[in-house]
Structure formats: C-alpha cells, structure tokens
Write a protein that binds this ligand. Structure first.
Ligand code: CUA
Length: 352
C-alpha cells in the first residue's frame, strides 16, 4: 500500500513503471505463432486474409497517429494550464463556432480517407473467384460443418481439404439456425442462412492444418462448433480425392472379426440411420442427420474439431456422447458395451 501511496503522490514515476508494463501486456498478443494462436487473424495465410490484414494494419497505424496527436495535445494542455495555488478563477467561455467546425471537419476527412482502402478491400474480397476455383458447398448444422465437393462427388464433415494452387469458391447455407463460417488465417466471416446461399472465397498460401470456428451464436454448443482446413499441394490434394473416391472393399476385411463385429454394431445398432458410410446403402444419401462418416479414418479430428481422431477419443465419444458434448444430436438408444465400442472404433477408423 505504501508503494501505491508514494506512486500516487509522484504520478510521473508511477507512469514510468505502469506504461511499459501495459505495453508489454498489449503487445504480447501480437507476437504469437500459428501453433500458439491457431485462430489469430494477425497471421494471414492467404490472399483474402492478407488483404484484410493489410487494411487492418493501415487503419491501425493511422488511428495510432491520431491517438498520439490528440492525447499529446490533451496531456500538454492539462500540464501547461494546470491550476496553481492562488490562481484566480479562469475566464468562463461558451461555444467557439470556428473551433467546432474544424473539429467536425477533421474527423470527417479522416473517415473519408479510411473509407477509400476499406471500400477497395470490400470490392476485391467480393470479386468472383473465377471458373477454375474449387467449388465447395458448406452446410451448417447444430453443431458441425458439412462439406460437399460437387466436382468430385465427395461429402465430408468438419475437415475441409483444399489444394494450394486453386481458389476455394464456397457456397454457404444452413440446415437449421444461422451459423457463420470463419477460418481466421484464411478469410473473414460469412453468415450461413437457411434457404439462401452466401458466396465466399479464400485461397491457401501454405500447407498445414488451420483452425476454423462457427462465428455466430447458434445454441448450446456454439463454442464447440469447430472445424479444420487442411491445405496440401496439388499432389496431396489429388491423393486425398482418390482415397475419398475409392470405396472400402469389405472383402479385405472379411477375415477381420473385430471389423465385422464393428460393422454389425454400426448397421444393427442404428448408426447407419443417421450417418452415411461408403459401401453401404446410405453412401450416396446427403441429407442424413449426422456427419457423413465415409473415410472418417482419414480425418485428423472428430466431433467438430473437439476430439482427436484416435482410438481413445473415439471410444470416449461412443461411451457417452452427451457427457462429451451435451445437447448434441448423437443420442444412443442404449449404452454400448465395451466390446461394441472397441469393435466400432476399429471399424470406423479402418475407413481410410
Ligand atoms: Cu454454429 Cu455457432
């Protein structure tokens, strides 16, 4: 307390300590890398995100200049015209038309100045991505993302695979409430609205796995409505397309009793009622309630980005989905036995 009291008595000394500490905290947020801050817009990885980042930085530096100028004049005025013991009461004034006109015109001019790059960026980011772009239909569900590739006839969930060398032309809509598509390192946000298709594009400038998130409150598990974008070079993307289009051959699994037990549990247990699966009658149905599980073994994450795609996490999900993600549409008619869970994990993760 004594330190605070003496600091309070010597405001300049207090400022010398407090200001650097404040700046340290403020700038700590700007120094991250993608691994530490997977949803940072300050680490752009594509043309769209770079345009937005450039606009942000431009307006940030302008705003900083205005801030320093205004606060500088303010601090100077407070210091220069401070009251001293024995001072007479200052002259009372009211209104100054010339001054008021000046301080209305200056901010208006600054806003007009900022509007130029802002409108230019809006136009550029709204441009048609062109005919060569990879069209992906994105459908929001409570609480997961569905991705359809009409060009390849592929339907997947929660993991958007894209090549480096093509723009991605997104067609966004929703099956239920309003959601919002957002991959901070690739592009801004775009709402997903029922019976309406919103357009959006981005391009990936680097390979890797990037975090995405629903950005519009959409119910209990909005915070866990995540997904990932996996960008790879054209060969890597082509390999993924080939894998997606190659049906699982059941005969290779015929001798695998655990696989067969898992298949039985999947079919007889009713999973197939909500989830499409390659090689099964539901494979080509796209309007089922749950995520398409064809080639689910190839995905990096499960449950809308919440769990890792490994045996342990999948078993945890199957054991009690409502304990993992309460409110989810994944409701089991009866608890699965440990034997069924082991078999289902093997069956599902074999679908690569
Ligand atoms: Cu979907 Cu928030």
């Amino acid at each position: 307390m004594n330190v605070l009291k003496s600091a309070w008595r010597r405001p300049t000394r207090f400022a010398w300590v407090a200001l650097p500490a404040l700046l340290l905290v403020a700038f700590a947020a700007c120094t991250g890398d993608s691994a530490t801050y997977p949803q940072s817009t300050l680490i752009p990885k594509g043309a769209f995100a770079e345009m937005v980042d450039k606009l942000f930085m431009t307006t940030f530096w302008w705003a900083l200049a205005v801030f320093i100028l205004v606060e500088g004049v303010l601090v100077y005025a407070i210091w220069k015209f401070r009251g001293r013991p024995g001072d007479a009461a200052p002259a009372q004034t009211h209104g100054n038309t010339a001054l008021e006109i000046v301080w209305t015109i200056i901010p208006a001019a600054i806003l007009a100045f900022i509007a130029v790059p802002t409108v230019r960026t809006i136009w550029r980011t709204s441009e048609d991505p062109g005919r060569d772009a990879l069209v992906v239909e994105v459908i929001g569900h409570q609480w997961w993302f569905e991705f359809r590739y009409p060009e390849y006839g592929i339907v997947t969930a929660n993991e958007l695979r894209v090549p480096l060398d093509r723009k991605v032309d997104l067609r966004l809509t929703t099956k239920d409430v309003i959601h919002s598509f957002w991959v901070p390192q690739f592009a801004g946000k775009r709402d997903m609205i029922a019976r309406h298709t919103n357009h959006f594009w981005f391009s990936a400038a680097d390979t890797g796995i990037y975090s995405g998130q629903c950005a519009e409150f959409c119910g209990m598990q909005h915070g866990r409505m995540g997904f990932h974008v996996v960008s790879s070079d054209s060969a890597g993307f082509a390999a993924w397309v080939t894998a997606q289009k190659t049906p699982m051959v059941d005969s290779t699994m015929a001798k695998d009793s655990v696989y067969q037990a898992g298949k039985t549990a999947f079919m007889a247990g009713g999973c197939i009622g909500c989830h499409a699966m390659t090689g099964q009658p539901t494979a080509n149905l796209v309007d089922l309630q749950g995520p398409n599980l064809s080639h689910v073994g190839l995905r990096h994450h499960l449950v809308a980005g919440m769990l890792l795609n490994n045996d342990e996490d999948l078993a945890r999900w199957l054991r009690d989905p409502q304990a993992v993600k309460v409110g989810s549409a994944m409701k089991l008619p009866r608890p699965l036995t440990e034997g069924e869970i082991t078999a289902l994990v093997h069956y599902l993760r074999s679908h690569r």
